[in-house]
Design a protein around this ligand. Structure first.
Ligand SMILES: [Zn+2]
Length: 247
């Protein structure tokens, strides 16, 4: 992948496990200097990721509940500095009144920042969410992102987490575990993993690791390896990243 404003439509997540209520319209990478004035935290010229998405105006889960579910699974969100609406920066995530799709996009922005920071070990990242006037459910999210492969991976996991939260599913421990496992898998040269081996590498319990691998398999970040001599009967997975195909 390259950075430079080119769209990566062929790398859009295709493995979402349920019919999404927040839908990804496009994913692209570039420097986007025109948005840097919207957040004083942006570093001029720094590579960014741009997601365009359509929110769900009639979600059964309210913005405040969605916010709480995300924070319960990713408590680091409470330490974010937010200056939504042009206000002075405040800790946490500021929601606006009576605009659920803008709030969904804004929450997704912060979730992607949190996941990117964890995945790439970056301490400071900035972003901004811009709502469309038409169609009203559409938003652009711009997030500083050095690695397009990380951005694509995080987009997929964060969208899946948002839609799981909107569907009333618990996010913890599965989604934070998915992130830990993806980080380990991406950084390791091992061809294929059993849950027990990955659990030893990450320090997570084996059962939770198996659940995280299965969830990563559903969104096609890992693939189960057909292995005729796997006498244990346990699934063996290999990391393929976003947009991977079977060998
Ligand atoms: Zn914010």
């Amino acid at each position: 992948m390259q950075v430079g404003g080119r769209e990566f439509r062929d790398s859009l997540p295709t493995g979402l496990a349920r019919v999404p209520v927040i839908e990804l319209v496009s994913l692209a990478f570039g420097s986007y200097p025109n948005v840097e004035s919207f957040n004083s935290g942006f570093r001029p010229g720094h590579p960014k990721m741009c997601l365009t998405l359509d929110g769900e105006p009639d979600a059964e889960v309210g913005d405040a509940v969605l916010h709480r579910r995300l924070v319960e699974a990713f408590p680091g969100l409470t330490a974010h500095l937010c200056q939504a609406g042009g206000s002075d920066p405040r800790r946490g995530i500021c929601l606006v009144e009576d605009d659920p799709t803008a709030n969904q996009a804004h929450l997704l922005e912060h979730l992607m920042l949190e996941m990117l920071s964890s995945l790439d070990g970056v301490g400071r990242l900035s972003g901004v969410t811009c709502a469309y006037s038409s169609p009203p459910e559409r938003s652009d999210i711009f997030v500083e992102c050095d690695r397009p492969d990380s951005g694509s991976l995080v987009s997929l996991m964060a969208l899946e987490a948002m839609n799981a939260a909107l569907a009333g599913e618990p996010l913890a421990p599965c989604y934070p575990d998915m992130l830990v496992c993806a980080r380990e898998l991406r950084g390791c040269s091992a061809d294929a993993w059993l849950a027990a081996g990955l659990a030893r590498a990450t320090g997570l319990p084996t059962g939770r690791t198996a659940a995280a691998l299965e969830a990563l398999s559903r969104v096609r970040v890992v693939q189960e390896v057909p292995f005729a001599m796997n006498f244990s009967g346990e699934p063996l997975y290999r990391f393929v990243g976003v947009g991977g195909t079977s060998a």
